[in-house]
Write a protein that binds this ligand. Sequence first.
Ligand SMILES: [Zn+2]
Ligand SMILES: [Zn+2]
Length: 412
Amino acid sequence: MVSTFPNSSSVDLSRIRLSIRSLQPQLVEWRRRLHQQPELGFQEKMTAEFVSQKLQEWGIDQQTGIAQTGIVATIKGNKLPTPHSLLPTPQVLAIRADMDALPIQELNEVPYKSQHDGVMHACGHDGHTAIALGTAYYLQQHRQDFSGIVKIIFQPAEESPGGAKPMIEAGVLKNPNVDAIIGLHLWNNLPLGTVGVRAGALMAAVESFNCTILGKGGHGALPHQTVDSVVVAAQIVNALQTIVARNVNPLDSAVVTVGELHAGTKGNVIADTARMSATVRYFNPSLKGFFNQRVEQIIAGICQSHGASYDFEYWSLYPPVINDMKMAELVRTVAEQVVETPLGIVPECQTMAGEDMSFFLQEVPGCYFFLGSANPEKDLAYPHHHPRFDFDETALGMGVEIFVRCVEKFFS
Ligand SMILES: [Zn+2]
Ligand SMILES: [Zn+2]
């Protein structure tokens, strides 16, 4: 499906859409500039500088250097509340964007190709930053249209090691206290003109473990004198698959992937040790702690039965992204107006990928959603994190429009 935005022939274009349409060339310019100077997590110096300079130019209050390179812009609406809607304190809505790039060598031959060797905006965070800037610009120009405070959070290091948590620890959700938060990810798994939004779990928890099997090496022809770490590791890898197949409720989705397995040096030598690394994903927050325990039980049991021992470390990276029902409904209603058809709303958009937006959503109710950005006709459909990833920039204006309409609806 291809959106009617911004080339709609409809005469009844709303005031918001008209303003944002005129902003589209700037959105593209900012995005391309950011695309040319991608920076890895916590190194977003040029990016933060660019954002900060724009905010300053537009007279927007900002705090910089939060969690190293993060920025928070604060815009106060000055629409007078109607007498019956008087609230003791103004409501605060946060909008979150991430700014970091990936250690990937770009293979696109475009005029705005990355100028930083081995670093690329291959996830679309350049677009997220441009959309957040466009939203800040629009809201600052239209303060009379909303009552309340909007905090725009420009976050570092989403890809790793995670910038959301340190920003929360630095107090970005406080003073004034944020009541709700929204955020988006440009999404090439969905076509341009669609929005993936749903209440409840959207993205998975991300956990990892490393394990080293400590056996006893020896001659390949004399296995009875050894403890073969390859045999032990193979049994562990297989047994780990029973966690999802036999321990997790079939109605809960989960993944255990052993992505790395290293052992041995030669075919006729029994390996002393075997080393594996894995990722674990799940949606249901009540499963926190379960995988850690069960994975180690399996490793311990199999090692014991073979006379091997093991080193094991398990850690949690991001919790699952869980959307609040009311905020998801607000985003869905707004998105439907922007894509202009209920068919453009895709509730079955869950993914086992992770996102540290989840930390914000643990603190305040909110909604994270996917903004369709693939356009195969323009060869813009490569997956995220691919060296040829790029997206249809028409989505930039749609992102701003959804955010702006969410702001007006949230405070009305
Ligand atoms: Zn990514
Ligand atoms: Zn991303």
